[in-house]
Design a binder for this molecule. Structure first.
Ligand code: ADP
Length: 268
C-alpha cells in the first residue's frame, strides 16, 4: 500500500515540473486494520458474555432468591466468564500468529506418534466410539510438535462437540503422494455446503440453531489454518448436513534422506 503526494516545483515563478513522492505505508495500513479488527471484536464478541455476567451478578446482589436459583445464576456467570477467557486466549494466539510473532520450533515430527499422544490426552465421552485407522507408513513431517498437537486436539474436540447425539469418531492416518494425511471424521450435525468454504475465517460459525446452542468462539479453525499454512500444508473439510463432517489435514512428508535415519547409503 502506497500513499502518493505531488509537489510542484517553480523557478522564477515559473512552473518547472512536479515531484511525486511514493511512500510505502503497508505497515501502517496493517496496524490500522488490526486495530479496527480488535475494536469490532471487542464490541461484538466480548459484549454479549460480559453483559450476561453483569446482569446475573446484579440480580444476585439485589434480589432475594432461593439457593437453587442463586446456584444457577452463579453457574451462568462462571460459564460466560470461561467463554470470555477462551475467547481472549484464542484471539491473542491468533493475533500473535498473524503478526508473525509466534515462534515455530520446527523439527522432525512423527505424526502417528503425535496423534496417539493426542488421543490419550483427549477425553472422549462414553457417548462416542473412537476408531483409529492407522495406514501410515512414513509419517515424518517437518513441524512444530506443540502447534500440530494444538491442531489435532482442536479437530478432535470439535468432532465431539458437534456430534451431541454421539456416534463414531474415526481418525484416519495415511501417507499418499508424498503427503501425510490425517482425517478426523464424525457423525454429527454436519455443515451446510454454502458455509464450508468460509469456515476457516476468524469468527465464522455456522449460523443455525444447532451450532448456536453448542457455542464456541469461532476462532479454533482459523488458528488451525494459520498453523497448517505455516507447515506448507492443507486443511479442508468434507461434510454433509445431518450426516457428519470429515476434516482433512495434509502435510508434506520429509523425504527419507532428509530425516536422520541411517540408510544403507549413509553408512560408510
Ligand atoms: P468454535 O467451535 O469455537 O465455534 P471453530 O473455529 O472451531 O470455532 O469452528 C467454527 C465453526 O465451524 C463452528 O462454530 C461450527 O459451526 C463449525 N464446525 C467446526 N467443526 C465442526 C464439526 N466437526 N461438525 C460440524 N460443524 C463444525
Amino acid at each position: 500500500v502506497f500513499d502518493v503526494y505531488a509537489m510542484s516545483v517553480y523557478r522564477d515563478q515559473e512552473w518547472t515540473g512536479t515531484i511525486f513522492v511514493h511512500r510505502d505505508i503497508t505497515k501502517d495500513y496493517e496496524v490500522d486494520k488490526m486495530k479496527s479488527e480488535l475494536v469490532s471484536t471487542v464490541s461484538h464478541e466480548l459484549r454479549t458474555p460480559l453483559s450476561s455476567v453483569l446482569g446475573f451478578a446484579e440480580l444476585l446482589l439485589t434480589k432475594e432468591m432461593k439457593p437453587e436459583k442463586q446456584k444457577r445464576y452463579i453457574e451462568t456467570i462462571h460459564k460466560e466468564a470461561k467463554r470470555l477467557t477462551n475467547l481472549i486466549n484464542d484471539f491473542l494466539d491468533l493475533q500473535r500468529m498473524e503478526s508473525g510473532k509466534q515462534e515455530y520450533h520446527m523439527g522432525e515430527v512423527k505424526l502417528d506418534e503425535l496423534m496417539m499422544e493426542v488421543l490419550e490426552k483427549t477425553s472422549i465421552p462414553s457417548s462416542h466410539a473412537l476408531i483409529l485407522r492407522d495406514e501410515m507408513e512414513n509419517s515424518i513431517v517437518k513441524g512444530d510438535k506443540e502447534r500440530l498437537t494444538q491442531v489435532m486436539t482442536n479437530l478432535l474436540n470439535n468432532a465431539v462437540k458437534f456430534s451431541p447425539q454421539g456416534g463414531d469418531i474415526t481418525v484416519r492416518l495415511q501417507s499418499i503422494d508424498g503427503k501425510a494425511s490425517v482425517i478426523v471424521e464424525d457423525q454429527g450435525i454436519g455443515i451446510p455446503g454454502e458455509e464450508v468454504s468460509n469456515l476457516f475465517q476468524k469468527f465464522k460459525r455456522v449460523d443455525n440453531s444447532e451450532s448456536r446452542k453448542i457455542g464456541g468462539t469461532g476462532l479454533g479453525l482459523a488458528i488451525c489454518k494459520e498453523i497448517v499454512d505455516k507447515h506448507a500444508g492443507d486443511i479442508f473439510v468434507k461434510s454433509e448436513t445431518g450426516e457428519g463432517s470429515a476434516f482433512h489435514i495434509e502435510l508434506p512428508l520429509m523425504r527419507e534422506n532428509q530425516s536422520h535415519s541411517i540408510t544403507g547409503e549413509d553408512k560408510i
